[in-house]
Design a protein around this ligand. Structure first.
Ligand SMILES: NC(=O)C1=CN([C@@H]2O[C@H](COP(=O)(O)OP(=O)(O)OC[C@H]3O[C@@H](n4cnc5c(N)ncnc54)[C@H](O)[C@@H]3O)[C@@H](O)[C@H]2O)[C@@H](O)CC1
Ligand SMILES: Nc1ncnc2c1ncn2[C@@H]1O[C@H](COP(=O)(O)OP(=O)(O)O)[C@@H](O)[C@H]1O
Ligand SMILES: [K+]
Length: 501
């Protein structure tokens, strides 16, 4: 698991640790870690695997702000200068870290005030590697000048950009980017991950994130956000044993599709079948039932009117994809939510819930899987607001709607009240294709029916779904192609095997 802490918690932990150490110890640990990652990158090591030019003679530019983030960059630059790099520090703050500046000078580094615009521009344009040390966890809001101009210039330079602690302009606690911000190829972060490095839009600005241990671990409280690694997800996968039969593995009820929308039902049932359900019971009107029966003969289908009576026993429900939003859909959704079973609500089901939030007052687990537009309807705001502050909104939704909320998008977030928000690390932008969300709901429903707790089912579903999409869009890791929701379904067995193996 990668754990992330908000700024106030990082500061409290840093204070506790600093009180036990000689002055400057933490900064020198941070700077040493940063310098060694930069040296590795210059030599062509991971996470930049291209043949490197080496540290000796490399042109390194430090963008130095007025706070401790600038101090880290100056000390790291001094370290690189001692290994033979040509280091230029661009001083952009109203002041600069004195110790760091003295160390850089002593190591033979060059110093340029930001006001020397032409020389600064030339240095940035010719750099092999740029260290962004303008703002760290002390940053607030979008970058102001002259930082914003330096960030733009760095973006146009062919240099590799390495952010110190976090890309300047990214809000450390939320991932919000309110204006200009640095786009890094690599971010070297200290002590713990910051939520803004894992959650978009910040995550996208951070590139590959490397954590440097500065000894903060014992002083950190519970995390605010975490991103599971493959092994964290693998242990939660339900695996059939010799004791298993189709009922014990979990029966999923899928309430989806309508005379107008049939594809969503076929995909959601497919997600449930490929998600490892022992059995899928599909309830809908005539046309979708006919199509599901043809494509998934292994499912048990029932044509229903406006009642679910006679469907048979299930252990969890998936309700909503293609269901429509009329009174019948509302009545059926109400019946599903009146059960004492785990229920996942998606798509049209969420639109119905936006006008019938009272249906969420239940004791059994409820998982909601909105995209930003659907969540906006549920919370009475607009999608742009949700996208800009995804973390805040997914938390608010989990609390107000008393549900496990999986917010889809470029980084999928999963929230449940009083728990760290989980960030899904898999996926690809190629997944943004019609119908892929229906596959996710079926798949997650199968995990719920298999007895996986709601937050783990949602996190495992999102992980497998994103992995399947990646395996299908870019099977050899050498170039991606467009995929359909069906391709994601077809890649699910391989995603399971990859994860379990
Ligand atoms: N406190 C510690 O123990 C450690 C701190 N470290 C470093 O210290 C950093 C935090 O240092 P600071 O607290 O000095 O804060 P920063 O260096 O992040 O920046 C603070 C300064 O930036 C200005 N500023 C804020 N937002 C701005 C904006 N949008 N545009 C322009 N200027 C803006 C503020 O006025 C303030 O002067 C960490 O990110 C990390 O890099 C590391 O050395 C590890 C140890
Ligand atoms: N920019 C993106 N990068 C990566 N994944 C994305 C992006 N945009 C959307 N997705 C993913 O694509 C899927 C789309 O689901 P959804 O919006 O429900 O579509 P549909 O309703 O057509 O099935 C979700 O899993 C979502 O997380
Ligand atoms: K920075």
């Amino acid at each position: 698991m990668r754990y992330a802490h908000e700024v106030d918690k990082v500061r409290t932990a840093e204070r506790a640790l600093m009180a036990r150490l000689p002055d400057g110890t933490l900064m020198s640990r941070a700077a040493a870690g940063l310098a060694s990652v930069c040296a590795r990158i210059l030599r062509g090591g991971r996470p930049h695997a291209e043949p490197g030019l080496g540290v000796y003679g490399a042109r390194v530019v430090l963008l130095v702000g007025g706070g401790d983030n600038g101090g880290d960059a100056l000390y790291a630059g001094a370290g690189l200068a001692r290994r033979g790099a040509g280091v230029t520090a661009v001083l952009a703050g109203t002041k600069s870290h004195e110790g760091g500046l003295a160390d850089l000078r002593a190591a033979g580094g060059r110093v340029l005030p930001v006001a020397e615009e032409e020389r600064v521009a030339t240095a940035i344009d010719r750099a092999d590697l740029i260290i962004d040390g303008m703002l760290g966890i002390g940053g607030r809001g979008g970058l102001r000048e002259p930082y914003a101009g330096l960030a733009r210039r760095a973006a146009d330079s062919p240099a590799i950009v390495v952010a110190c602690d976090l890309p300047s302009g990214v809000d450390a606690s939320s991932g919000q980017v309110a204006g200009a911000a640095v786009r890094a190829d690599v971010t070297v972060t200290f002590g713990t991950y910051k939520p803004g490095l894992l959650v978009d839009p910040g995550a996208e600005h951070a590139g590959v994130v490397e954590l440097v241990d500065i000894g903060l671990g014992p002083y950190l409280p519970d995390p605010d956000v975490c991103a599971p690694l493959a092994e964290d997800v693998a242990v939660r996968l339900p695996r059939p044993t010799s004791e298993s039969n189709k009922y014990r593995r979990g029966v999923v009820g899928v309430l989806a599709g309508s005379e107008t929308f049939t594809g969503a039902a076929v995909l959601a049932v497919g997600g449930a079948v490929r998600g490892g359900a022992g059995m899928v019971r599909f309830a809908s009107s005539e046309h979708p039932v006919e199509l599901v029966r043809q494509r998934w003969p292994e499912s048990v289908t029932t044509v229903i009117g406006d009642s679910l009576d006679g469907i048979g026993r299930v252990q969890a429900w998936v309700a909503g994809p293609g269901l429509g939003t009329d009174e019948r859909a509302e009545a059926l959704l109400a019946q599903v939510l009146a059960t004492d079973l785990p229920v996942l609500v998606d798509a049209d089901g969420l639109t119905v819930l936006a006008r019938r939030r009272d249906l969420l007052w239940r004791d059994a687990p409820t998982v909601l899987t909105p995209h930003a537009g659907e969540l906006a309807r549920l919370l009475g705001t607009d999608a742009g607001e949700i996208e800009a502050r995804r973390l805040e909104h997914v938390r608010r939704a989990a609390e107000e709607l008393t549900a496990t909320v999986l917010l889809k998008g470029s980084t999928t977030l999963i929230a449940e009240a009083d728990r760290p928000v989980r960030v899904n690390p898999t996926g690809t932008p190629w997944l943004a294709t019609a119908g892929s969300g229906d596959v996710l709901s079926g798949l997650t429903g199968a995990l719920l029916a298999g007895g996986v707790p709601a937050i783990d089912a949602a996190a495992t579903g999102a992980y497998l779904h994103g992995l399947a999409a990646r395996l299908s869009a870019d099977p050899y890791g050498d170039g991606a192609a467009p995929i359909s929701a069906y391709d994601v379904l077809d890649a699910l067995p391989e995603a399971f095997r990859t994860l379990a193996g």
